[in-house]
Design a protein around this ligand. Sequence first.
Ligand code: SF4
Length: 213
Amino acid sequence: MSQDGAMLRVAGVADTCTTLGPGVRAVVWVQGCERGCPGCIAPEKQNPSGGYNIPVEDIAAHISSLIPIEGVTLSGGEPFLQSGPLALLIKLIQRRRPLSIMAYTGFTLQYLREFGKADQKDLLAHLDILVDGPFIIERATAKRWRGSDNQCVHFLTPRYARLADQLDDDTFCLDVQVGKDGTVIWMGIPPPGFRERFEKGLGLRQIRLKCLS
Ligand code: SF4
C-alpha cells in the first residue's frame, strides 16, 4: 500500500455528523464535480480548483482519532473523481479502526460496476453503503440521506441492512454546530430553496455561516 505523498482535494471535513449516514460519522467533502446538476445544494464544491489539498495520511490519522464516530461518509463534489486517494484513505483508517464507510456519487452503481475504472471499482469494494445517482431537482425528496428520489441507497455489505425499512422516513433533519469563532456550520440535505432562506435569515443577524452539505 503506497501512501507517499498521496493528496486529496477537499472542500471540508467534519468530525461529527448525524444526518449523512447511520449513527455519528465523520464526513469528508471532496472538491470538484463535473456534473453541474441544476439546483445542486453545494455549487461551490464543483470547481476542481476550489477547496484545498490535504495529505491522505493526515486525514486518516485525524479521523481514526475521533472517538464518537462509528463511520465515515464521503461526499462532495464527486468522490469517484478521486477514487484512488479515497480508497487509500479507507485502507489507512481501517488499519487503525473498523469504521464503516458510506459514499455519495452522481454515477449510478450499475455504471460503476460495468464501466468504472480500476480505482473506482477499488473504492466501491470498500463501501458499506453507496447513495448513487445525480440530484434531479424535479424529483426532490426528503427521504433519508437523499436529495432526489431517483437516488438509491445501496447496502453493499450486511453491516447496515437492518436499516433498509427506514429509508422512506422523510423527517427533515439538519446538523447545526457553532464553531469556536462563532461560525454556524450546518450539514444535511435540505429541500430546494431551504439553503437560501436559512442563510439569508441568519445572515441578517450577522452570523457567520458555513455550509458543508
Ligand atoms: S453530483 Fe452532487 S455535487 Fe455534483 S453537481 Fe450534482 S448535486 Fe452537485
